[in-house]
Design a protein around this ligand. Structure first.
Ligand SMILES: NC(=O)c1ccc[n+]([C@@H]2O[C@H](COP(=O)([O-])OP(=O)(O)OC[C@H]3O[C@@H](n4cnc5c(N)ncnc54)[C@H](OP(=O)(O)O)[C@@H]3O)[C@@H](O)[C@H]2O)c1
Length: 339
């Protein structure tokens, strides 16, 4: 049998800002023979997530920092090619954290969930994965928008934000206002996704435009961005406002947080800011998916996915999340499934 070569992208230094080649080592290694209990997975697709960059930082987060010298951690999907574990068979599709490599050896430390065949990989990693389901639980469990309320979503044209805004629409929010980085993205969320308005934070005065677009104040803020945009929204929240701390992408590549000046409005307005991590909802994914399927089927929820071919493009594709050079969810395709 020919030796199977595993291309791997290793983290060799902590990036400052965007991920550059001098923080990475691209190696080719033979796949080691499996030990008892192990499973060999050929990686098919990788989810490109802002959290990949968070895990590259020095400090631990909800998961430990990626150790220097390790393969870059990333969620994804693959196909079992060999199994020495009773729960897996060759040909099974599995989801988990394969990382930036061609072959993932699943050991007892790893979590690999068998997924039913027939669901497109792009859907499993976007609308029915950690993107759509994050929007679902973040908005509905933490934001809890009531009919008629005003909901603001930052990162509105991104994977999570685009779904969160549409879910607010489904839940009969009175007004759904997005914040995004280009006029084209703003047009997309208003014209195609049904947001009432969208503010271009790069070219417009966010405070003034929020005042204009949220005449009744802000009841729910689904925040993907943090930093200055969160501060601006805090100034205009209503009594009893809920701020869903989903992400703070504007801060992931910065050494220091800019801090918040307007947090005291949480006191005056009896508001609540609450964070969550989607991994805590793993046992409830099916519930969210069952709710999302009919919304997708009848067009109430639309989503955009861009698939980039080639493991070698994983670092550059991750950087696009931070330059905003994409709409919706980004996925890297590493290989095609076997026939
Ligand atoms: N809590 C959880 O469990 C959980 C799970 C998944 C994701 N998240 C978080 O949810 C957020 C969105 O994730 P995603 O996967 O859907 O990514 P995404 O929104 O598709 O991509 C990131 C977007 O953020 C915007 N952005 C980048 N830098 C920015 C800056 N400095 N200021 C303002 N906007 C900036 C860019 O759009 P513009 O062109 O609009 O700038 C970019 O397209 C992230 O913060 C992520 O960490 C949290």
């Amino acid at each position: 049998v020919a030796m199977t070569v595993n291309r791997r992208i290793l983290l060799t230094a902590r990036p400052d800002g965007l991920v550059s080649e001098d923080c990475l080592d691209r190696v080719e290694e033979p796949v080691a023979p499996l030990a008892d209990g192990e499973v060999l997975v050929r990686v098919l697709t990788l989810s490109v997530d802002p959290t990949n960059r968070v895990w590259m930082r020095e400090e631990d987060s909800y998961l430990p920092a990626i150790p220097i010298g390790d393969v870059v951690r990333a969620a994804g999907m693959g196909e079992v090619v060999e199994s020495r574990h009773a729960d897996y068979n060759a040909g099974d599709l599995v989801m988990g954290m394969p990382g930036w490599q061609d072959y993932w050896t699943v050991t007892s430390d790893d979590d690999a969930q068998v997924v039913p065949p027939g669901i497109p990989a792009e859907d499993m990693l976007s609308i029915y994965g950690g993107t759509g389901v994050t929007a679902y639980f973040g908005l509905l469990e933490i934001g809890r928008p009531q009919p008629g309320e005003t909901v603001v979503v930052s990162g509105a044209a991104g994977g999570v934000g685009s779904i969160a805004g549409q879910l607010a629409r489904v839940k009969e929010a009175g007004r759904v206002v997005g914040i995004a980085g280009t006029d084209e993205k703003c047009r997309w969320v208003v014209e195609d996704l049904g947001f009432d308005a969208c503010i271009n934070y790069k070219t417009e005065d966010v405070d003034a435009r929020l005042l204009e677009e949220c005449p009744a104040g802000i009841d729910v803020f689904f925040d993907n961005v943090g930093g200055e945009i969160l501060d601006a929204v805090l100034n205009q929240i209503n009594i009893g406002a809920r701020i869903v701390m989903c992400g703070a992408i504007s801060e992931y590549t910065r050494a220091e947080s800019p801090g918040l000046k307007n947090y005291k409005s949480l006191i005056m307005q009896r508001g609540r800011m609450e964070g969550f991590i989607i991994l805590d909802y793993l046992d409830r994914f099916v519930e969210a998916i069952m709710e999302l399927v009919p919304m997708v089927a009848d067009g109430r929820i639309k989503y955009a996915v861009e698939v980039v071919d080639g493991l070698e493009h994983a670092p550059a594709t991750l950087n696009r999340l931070f330059t905003g050079d994409h709409t919706g969810k980004l996925i890297v395709r590493v290989a095609e499934p076997s026939a």
